[in-house]
Structure formats: structure tokens, C-alpha cells
Design a binder for this molecule. Structure first.
Ligand code: PLP
Ligand code: SF4
Length: 291
């Protein structure tokens, strides 16, 4: 829900990740050499108060124009280093099937684009949008990966589970990106239920995001020690497949960095590794590989 705390200023910026300055053409973010984010929609079924793209999402009612989209597609076609295109927004699945087909078929016509990912919260926020027609459309453009966005085990409902089921049945590997939110999911038990519950609906936890420094979201921030505590409580205690990377997206577009609890100490050739039970176990390393 909207909250007066959103008006508090804490040195936060509308675009702390400098996405706008990393845009070679409007609507395309090119930060890493081999992959780009293509913003194909500025609408969502639900406007999350913690959204990291508040500057863009929900601003006006028009999706990017055909012309802007065509410019972005031309940039991708002219840049052979791009092998992975991530459709994002807003929510890409707010587009109708015909618009999605237009985008996907143009991307698939570019031979160096190997992977297409769709970042969408639709399975949670509007599961009815995942129709048989949509699944049939998507599977014509494989390999398609979908990363969805569950933040709390209460979001795993019969409807959201069914939407994921249909996508998985269309051969789409499903991942999940969770935002660590104060007062919502910043505790070990909630995250354990969420991550193991996601695996049960065939969604593989991918990232837990530390909150970005986006204006109007400071009241959701947690200290980094909280994220590390959660990772420590997951690793070894639940299936490894249920343990996502905990990442910080660095300011100024410097990229995502995974952070881990301190698990390694070294003494000469021996490293001491902390296991999931908190025991320090010696492991013999080599300083020069055997020839
Ligand atoms: C997160 C992000 C990606 C994708 O990163 P992965 O670690 O490959 O999931 C790509 N481009 C931008 C600008 C991003 O913010
Ligand atoms: S669904 Fe994603 S893009 Fe849309 S408002 Fe929520 S966080 Fe932002």
C-alpha cells in the first residue's frame, strides 16, 4: 500500500543504476557485453511500491511506440555480441499476444540472439493472463526462459501455481527473483517456505535482491547482514536448488554482485571452510597445480 514514508528523502535517486545512461537507444539497457534488457511495456497489473523502475513503470499509459521498438530491435540486430535478450518493463505479459509475437519473431530472426528471457510478475499478479494460447505462442520461440517474481509464500496460491505449471508444461524453465523487503519477507522462516514452496511448483529460485537505492523505497530496506543471515539459514538446510544468489546491484550501473556469508579462512596450504552446521573444517588446497 502507498505509505507516507515514500516521501522521505534519503539520498536516493529515481535511477540509481544509471539505466538511462546505459541506454544506447530508448527502452534498451546494455550494461553487460552479451545481454540486454528490452523494456517492452510500462504497465503492470499491480504497481509494487518497492519497484526499482518506478521512474518508468506506470508513467503514462502508452507502451513504447512501434518506432522505438524497431530502433531497439535494429540495435540488437547490429550488435553481434548480444546473445541474451531480457524482456522487461513494466510487465512484458501486459502486451497482447500479437504484440508479443511481433517482438519474439523479430528477435528470433536475429541469428546471434540465442536466449530470450521474460521477466514477469504476471503468474503472481494476473495468473489468468497465462492462457493456453499464450503458452502455445511462447513455445514457438524456444529457448525461452521466464523469471517470475514471488516475494512471499502467501503468493503461492492455487492460481499462481497453475500459471507456473502451464508455463513449465510449455517447456519453459522458470526462475524466480525475490526482493528482500523489510516487514514482508526479511526473516528466515518466511524465506525458507518461499524458496522450498517455489521448487514445489517447478520454479527455481534465482536471485534474492538487496533493495536498490530507489527514491521512495527506503522504508523497505534491510541491512545486508539480514540477507546474509537468510543465505546462511538456507544453505545446507534446504535443497541446494532452493538456494538463490543474494545479489546487490551496484550503483551507477556497475553490475550485480553476489555476496556470501564469510565461509573461508586460509592458513598456508590449508583453507578452513564453515559448513552449514557452523563447524570450521580444514581442506587441503594446492598452491602449485601438479604438472
Ligand atoms: C540484471 C540485469 C541483467 C541480467 O543479469 P543476469 O545476472 O544475467 O540475470 C542484464 N542487464 C541488466 C541491465 C540487468 O540489470
Ligand atoms: S511487477 Fe515488477 S515492474 Fe511491475 S511494479 Fe512490480 S516490481 Fe515494478
Amino acid at each position: 500500500m502507498p505509505d507516507l514514508h515514500e516521501l522521505e528523502e534519503d539520498g536516493q535517486l529515481p535511477d540509481p543504476l544509471s539505466e538511462t545512461s546505459l541506454s544506447p537507444v530508448p527502452g534498451l539497457i546494455h550494461r553487460y557485453p552479451d545481454r540486454v534488457v528490452l523494456l517492452v511495456s510500462n504497465r503492470c497489473p499491480v504497481y509494487c511500491r518497492f519497484c526499482m523502475r518506478k521512474r518508468h513503470v506506470g508513467a503514462g499509459n502508452t507502451p513504447p511506440s512501434r518506432d522505438a521498438l524497431d530502433k531497439a530491435l535494429r540495435y540488437i540486430a547490429a550488435t553481434p555480441a548480444i546473445r541474451d535478450v531480457i524482456l522487461s518493463g513494466g510487465d512484458p505479459l501486459m502486451l497482447d499476444d500479437a504484440s508479443l509475437r511481433h517482438i519474439l519473431s523479430h528477435l528470433r530472426a536475429i541469428s546471434h540472439v540465442k536466449i530470450i528471457r521474460i521477466g514477469t510478475r504476471i503468474p503472481v499478479t494476473l495468473p489468468e493472463r497465462v492462457t493456453a494460447e499464450l503458452c502455445n505462442l511462447l513455445k514457438q520461440f524456444h529457448p525461452i526462459y521466464v523469471n517470475t517474481h514471488f516475494n512471499h509464500p502467501d503468493e503461492i496460491t492455487p492460481k499462481s501455481a497453475k500459471a507456473c505449471d502451464q508455463l513449465a508444461d510449455a517447456g519453459i524453465p522458470l526462475g524466480n527473483q525475490t526482493v528482500l523487503l523489510r516487514g514482508v519477507n526479511d526473516n528466515v522462516e518466511t524465506m525458507k517456505y518461499l524458496m522450498t514452496g517455489l521448487l514445489e511448483i517447478r520454479v527455481r529460485p534465482y536471485y534474492i535482491h538487496q533493495m536498490d537505492l530507489v527514491r521512495g523505497t527506503a522504508h523497505f530496506r534491510t541491512p545486508i547482514s539480514k540477507g546474509l543471515e537468510i543465505i546462511r539459514a538456507l544453505r545446507g538446510h534446504v535443497s541446494g536448488m532452493a538456494v538463490p544468489h543474494y545479489v546487490i546491484d551496484l550503483p551507477d550501473g556497475k553490475g550485480k554482485v553476489p555476496i556470501l556469508p564469510d565461509t573461508v579462512e586460509r592458513s598456508g596450504d590449508t583453507i578452513y571452510l564453515m559448513n552449514y552446521q557452523g563447524e570450521k573444517i580444514a581442506y587441503r588446497d594446492i598452491t602449485t597445480p601438479p604438472s
